[in-house]
Design a protein around this ligand. Structure first.
Ligand SMILES: C[S@@+](CC[C@H](N)C(=O)[O-])C[C@H]1O[C@@H](n2cnc3c(N)ncnc32)[C@H](O)[C@@H]1O
Length: 218
């Protein structure tokens, strides 16, 4: 199984501290706003899966704010699992499960997953190919319980258009590094998840021209 090496512009993560925690400045910047937006759409109880947990900074913020939900972190990079574990242990929270290795672009991963009421994913779709996005979204949809929620956060084109200079530059740098990657279009995402029986419920405009796209399983 091969994982796409990310463009240098896409994954700025500082070295681990003494406890093993990695620090991503972008995750620190957007954790509070993302958490506040998720609180408006998340169930008050149930099970949540975070795909591509990265350093672990986001999930401890979410779990501290949404204590009725049991949170499951996951990551494809084995080296990041230690960081996630260090954040979880530091947080003292009991509503976060052990992180596990998950390649979310591998066909079939949903078969091993218990049903989830909420699945969150931040900042991955622009780093993988359209084909990989299709697989990821279909597997996520299969993992959701009926009426479960899928929340996708990150940068997107709007109706085929890159809408800021920063987005144009970032998208160009991603494509220069790997032509199969780059920003996905919001309308294409909506059409793609519809094939997996999810319907769009809301799009929340986020700082830095990002979106939180929210879908519900029928
Ligand atoms: C830009 S980081 C985002 C991390 C975190 N979600 C955040 O927003 O701070 C992208 C993350 O996706 C992970 N990733 C890349 N390919 C993946 C895949 N196929 N399945 C699951 N995670 C993947 C990377 O290891 C990395 O941790």
């Amino acid at each position: 199984m091969t994982i796409r090496p990310p463009a240098p512009s896409a994954s700025i993560v500082n070295a681990t501290d003494a406890s093993g925690k990695l620090h991503a400045p972008s995750a620190a910047r957007n954790a509070t706003d993302l958490c506040a937006a998720l609180q408006t759409i998340a169930p008050t109880t149930g099970n949540a899966l975070e795909i591509a947990s990265g350093t672990g900074q986001h999930i401890v913020t979410f779990a501290a704010a949404m204590t009725g939900v049991q949170w499951q972190p996951s990551e494809v990079e084995a080296s990041r699992l230690n960081s996630i574990t260090a954040y979880v242990s530091d947080s003292g929270l009991s509503n976060i499960s052990e992180p596990f290795l998950l390649n979310a672009t591998r066909s079939g991963w949903s078969k091993d997953q218990p049903a989830k009421n909420l699945i969150t994913l931040a900042n991955l779709l622009h780093l993988i190919s359209a084909l990989e996005v299709e697989t990821l979204l279909d597997e996520a949809a299969k993992t959701l319980a009926p009426k479960g929620t899928l929340a996708l956060y990150g940068p997107f084109k709007r109706d085929g258009v890159l809408t800021s200079e920063g987005d144009m530059n970032f998208d160009a740098s991603l494509r220069a590094h790997d032509p199969e990657t780059g920003y996905k279009d919001d309308t294409w995402i909506i059409r793609t998840v519809q094939k997996s029986d999810l319907v769009m419920t809301k799009t929340i405009a986020m700082p830095a021209n990002n979106l939180l796209m929210v879908f519900q399983k029928q």
